[in-house]
Design a protein around this ligand. Structure first.
Ligand SMILES: [Zn+2]
Length: 246
């Protein structure tokens, strides 16, 4: 699917009005890996796996809506929009999508699984992937014609060279501290809104993302992922009071 022409993708999209060709929804694999590696995630090499999982038709309905939010109302993304989506994590067939809630939902799944004493890190692989997806402009805007026609090309805009740029992504990351779920929702909203604004700009200028714009988005995702991993591992409510930290 990735190698189809834009025209072929448009034709396919028009054949499935309202359907969601799931293969189109994500940075391409190497970009996801670069984000996760720059953030210091130990399982960075699995960060594209959620797209592999959702490509299996039995899993598409449940997994695909975790990867985007079609903001058809054109609302500015804020913390309350993020929190409203948490309950929808893994809800099958939610055509609007619930990417923002999936990020918090996957951290909750990690914490729940960890308490059982079983191997618990796979929910963080999903989390790392979703945090990659939220910086993509066309994952934050309605899936109308502009989005359909340009989706795949924009997902791959820096994929060719991004694995050589992990160190420079890391150098340009900004420090984020997440102390509680409100902070978590706010930081998700910031990255998502940056993507949505860029998506609207691309549409009004009828163009693709530039590589420079794509790197800025990727750096936003990597910065957020680093903070979320620290928060997921050491949540303050489990006795790690932030005020006692150096
Ligand atoms: Zn994805």
């Amino acid at each position: 699917m990735r190698f189809m022409t834009v025209r072929a993708v448009s034709i396919m999209a028009s054949l499935f009005v309202g359907a969601l060709p799931s293969e189109l929804f994500a940075w391409h694999d190497r970009t996801h890996l670069a984000i996760a590696e720059a953030a210091g995630f130990d399982l960075w090499y699995s960060a594209a796996a959620p797209d592999v999982a959702k490509s299996k038709v039995q899993f598409t309905a449940i997994e695909s809506p975790n990867h985007y939010y079609n903001n058809e109302a054109g609302r500015k993304v804020d913390a309350s929009m993020v929190l409203d989506q948490v309950e929808r994590y893994n809800r099958p067939g939610d055509q609007e999508g619930h990417l923002y809630g999936a990020i918090i939902g996957s951290v909750k799944a990690f914490r729940t699984l960890r308490k059982t004493g079983k191997y618990a890190r796979y929910p963080l692989v999903f989390c790392a992937h979703y945090i990659g997806d939220i910086s993509i402009p066309l994952h934050n805007t309605p899936y109308y014609e502009f989005n359909r026609a340009r989706h795949s090309i924009n997902d791959g805009v820096i994929d060719g060279g991004v694995r050589d740029s992990v160190a420079s992504i890391r150098q340009r990351m900004r420090p984020i501290v997440i102390r509680n779920e409100e902070d978590f929702a706010l930081e998700i909203a910031r990255v998502a809104e940056s993507g949505r604004e860029l998506g609207l700009k691309m549409r009004s200028e009828n163009r693709d993302m530039t590589p420079g714009e794509a790197y800025i988005q990727v750096i936003r995702s990597a910065s957020l992922l680093k903070a979320v991993l620290a928060y997921a591992e050491h949540p303050p409510e489990e006795g790690q009071a932030t005020s006692s930290k150096p």
